[in-house]
Design a protein. Structure first.
Length: 474
């Protein structure tokens, strides 16, 4: 037996050969983990006591308020209307005196002063980047970055990448079209900071991307969870051997799937690689990442963001462990700040230390969905992620679509599925229907769609629809 090297937490390192290693592990199992260097981007900050993190946040918040007060037209007017003077924010507890920011306000600010709106703090010539929100929940919002805030984006992505174990030796493939949506644009900066190689996958179709990954030796792939599954589906259809890839890590963003247990498992099985979740938004920044301790949710980069979780009904702080709406403030983007921004994302905040060593708080289960996506069907609160977690346990199901409609004055759930060839479609349909009933305690209608008739998404998936009355969008 080879010699093993292990760390007893807080004590010492020792090497124990042969049978002694087994005895040592047996008697000390609870205090013990294999000696392994946890990957950090900034270990001193990521493992700092929470009191130090709060002090750092307040220091950066004060600097931000000084920089934008009187210069950023949007927030200057907003705070004047609310009767708030930024100079009155003398402690982190005063922070909640500042009013909330809503996306609709930012859209109106853009309409009032096109093209970039009154939330652009500086003159146009100060900015070197412009991107747009995806537009999946309304009018696309143009957001701008200075060279300094683009460097800040890169640092945020540095946290994401290092937590996933990405090193300078990696080759990172970005399965992304590189349009105006922020997507994985900022990933390029994060990869540069780490010293790894960027392989852009824009302008290619799915099978071309798979060949490119193989031919260039990609070891890391960044995509939406949906597109990772789509690439695996294309590989099956085109008889492309996924085992020919060197990919060991996948980093996902754009939708909650990578923290949906069944979806994560399905991706990892298809790729024979470990996948990591990440969350962010064009108007906010790259705010959260998953570490190697899974399942464990996603860590908030608390050195760069202040995260609050609000009870959706009272607007007050949610109780510990309760699901609430994420309200976030970015601290490194003075050129386009968002302060106490109501994201609409549902999260469960956990501030206890993580086994990875980070003191950054985390969202258990990642982003759980959106507040406007939850629907109550016959007394049962249903989130799209709950349905996805059921459907994804069936390897025989490819794509799916969920529709909530009103029948006889009651909400009704319909799920369409595409059944992969070689499977008994009726048996799969009945099994999915029964599984949803057992998981959610409500009877859905499950229908089999013809192969290829449902939308196969490459970016953010929109599988959840609401129809009202005579099949009109609700």
């Amino acid at each position: 037996m080879q010699r093993g090297c292990f760390r007893v937490e807080g004590q010492f390192e020792r090497k124990v050969p042969g049978i002694a290693t087994l005895r040592f592990l047996y008697w000390n199992l609870k205090d013990f983990r294999p000696l392994k260097t946890m990957p950090f981007y900034d270990q001193a900050i990521e493992t700092a006591p929470r009191e130090r993190l709060r002090a750092l946040q307040f220091q950066k918040l004060q600097k931000l308020l000084r920089e934008i007060s009187g210069r950023n037209r949007f927030y200057t007017r907003k705070w004047n209307d609310a009767g708030v003077v930024p100079g009155d924010i003398q402690s982190i507890s005063d922070f909640q005196k500042l009013p909330f920011t809503h996306k609709s306000e930012l859209v109106r600010a853009q309409e009032e002063a096109p093209p970039f709106g009154t939330n652009a703090t500086f003159s146009v010539d100060a900015y070197t980047r412009v991107h747009q929100t995806s537009g999946t929940t309304g009018t696309p919002l143009s957001v701008v970055d200075t060279p300094e805030s683009w460097e800040w984006w890169g640092d945020c992505w540095g946290h994401v990448l290092k937590a996933a174990g990405v090193t300078a030796a990696d080759r990172v493939f970005l399965a992304f079209s590189f349009g105006p949506f922020i997507g994985f644009w900022a990933t390029v900066e994060g990869v540069r900071k780490i010293g790894a190689m960027v392989i852009p996958g824009g302008g290619k179709d799915s099978i071309q991307r798979l060949h490119m990954m193989r031919d260039l030796g990609a070891t890391v792939v960044c995509s939406t969870p949906t597109y990772a599954l789509r690439l695996a589906e294309v590989a099956r259809e085109d008889h492309f051997d996924m085992r020919s890839l060197q990919v060991r890590t996948l980093i996902h963003a754009g939708e909650p799937g990578a923290n949906v247990a069944r979806t994560k498992s399905r991706i990892e099985k298809a790729w024979n690689a470990k996948c990591f979740d990440h969350a962010g938004a064009s108007e906010v920044g790259a705010h959260s990442f998953e570490c190697e301790v899974q399942p464990g949710g996603i860590h908030v980069i608390e050195s760069e963001f202040i995260a609050e979780v609000l009870d959706r009904h009272t607007g007050k702080d949610a109780s510990s462990g309760e699901i609430g709406e994420l309200v976030i403030t970015n601290l490194g983007r003075a050129g386009f700040p968002v302060i106490r921004y109501r994201t609409g994302d549902l999260v469960r905040l956990n501030s206890s230390p993580c086994a990875c060593g980070r003191s950054f708080a985390r969202f258990d289960g990642g982003l759980l969905g959106r507040s406007d996506d939850m629907v109550t069907i016959r007394g049962v609160n249903v989130y799209p992620t709950a349905i996805e977690n059921v459907v994804r346990q069936f390897a025989s199901v490819g794509e799916f679509q969920v529709t909530v409609s009103t029948l006889n004055e009651m909400q009704h759930l319909e799920v369409q599925i595409e059944v992969l060839s070689g499977n008994d479609a009726e048996h799969v349909r009945a099994s999915v229907e029964q599984a949803i009933y057992h998981a959610l305690s409500l009877h859905p209608t499950v229908k089999v769609a013809e192969p290829g008739t449902l939308t196969h998404f490459e970016m953010k998936a929109r599988r959840f629809r609401r129809l009202d009355g005579e099949n009109q969008p609700g």
